[in-house]
Design a protein around this ligand. Sequence first.
Ligand code: SF4
Ligand code: SF4
Length: 435
Amino acid sequence: MEIRRQNDIIAFRAPGELPVAFHARNLEVADISEELWNTLGGVEDSELQSVLNEWNSEINPAVTTHKLAREIRSLTINVTQICNLKCTYCAAGGDGTYGAAQTKISVEKTLPQLKFFLDKLPDSGTFRIGFIGGEPLLYPEGIRAIANYVKLMTAGRNLRAQFAIVTNGTLLSDANVELLKEINCNVSVSIDGAAEYNDISRPMKNGQGSTALVIEGLKKLFAVKSELGSITLHGVFTAQNMNLVKAYEFYRQFPADTYEFTYSVSDLNQEASDSFTREMREVAAIAYSQGGEEALRKINFFNRVFSALDSQRRTENFCGAGKSLLVVDARNNLFSCPWDVGNASEKVGQGSEVSEAALDKYAQPLIEQNNCQSCWARFLCGGGCMFVHKEATGSKNQKNGQFCERQRTLMETAILYFKKCRQTDIQKDSDYGKH
Ligand code: SF4
Ligand code: SF4
């Protein structure tokens, strides 16, 4: 892929294809002519240069920016800090405990904490609860009690309660599936592919493979799919397993709503990073050739980029950590990010006490805090994952170059597919494409 850039105009050209340009601030995508591509490459042409300058400085009134004020609308709750698996790449202390096992969260302490956050919200929008662990389905009674309380407290208010869970999928008993139905849960099941891969990366504590159990659970889950929010299959890929294409082939036997491919937070080697990008591009090519835009958008990454481009909505924050999102650990400590749990220096509160001073360091838009102003992908990326940055550089606000490289390469891919899918509706074609 060749890339050319002048200020906020970036042009990409895949081998044998026509060049496509992207306006980084206005989130516009357009075909450009050979001549304009050459001008971007340094060939002097004052007329075309002024076309580029004009486009670059244009302010598109249709573009909006998704701002995040400090208003906690999402709580991720560790209902347990224990797990029945021992995944090779577990970032929660290696065993789901974050270094301090806790079998069950105290529901008695959690309900007043929920009330505290619910009382602060106006009667509008959505309040999201995400159940994680360890393995959250080791404590289904806790999930039910918390969800029932939130439903009760939002009833009669114009505030929508929404529930999600991230589970390893080994405990999807009839009773647990019933619970997920009851709360119309968005369910994300972690599985890294077929047994030959997943049994190695996600074994049970006793060393046996977990895949057969997960597949049994998935069958039950898909049997009641219409009564759940959504179902996502989620894989984490490490240097030991970069088989995203194989995972995708495995995933497609299930009628999931979305697929999520995550690069392991702790792998910092270039080869693994490059393999991830290559495999993601191959997954995209297979998805697009077999099912066009619909299949491509089942992959969360591509769906997010397509949505941003369609709505021309800029994002300034990769996630809501410390702004709209807080994490409650199994001892009711508060953190800004799930991966901060167990790190006392990152604690931002306890119970119903939140340290505003601790949250102040998350107040700025991430693209500013992380100095992303010169990155062409800033309004699609939003400054990146602070935890991934910190794993590589020791600071949440100092970027992990490998992350940025992966992110931008995959954004390019997404933009090129977006152009293919929107061939006919891009107004800019007529303005800039025919020069
Ligand atoms: S790709 Fe890197 S530099 Fe660009 S916005 Fe994301 S984190 Fe910032
Ligand atoms: S910083 Fe990264 S890991 Fe933490 S909440 Fe945000 S996206 Fe998730």
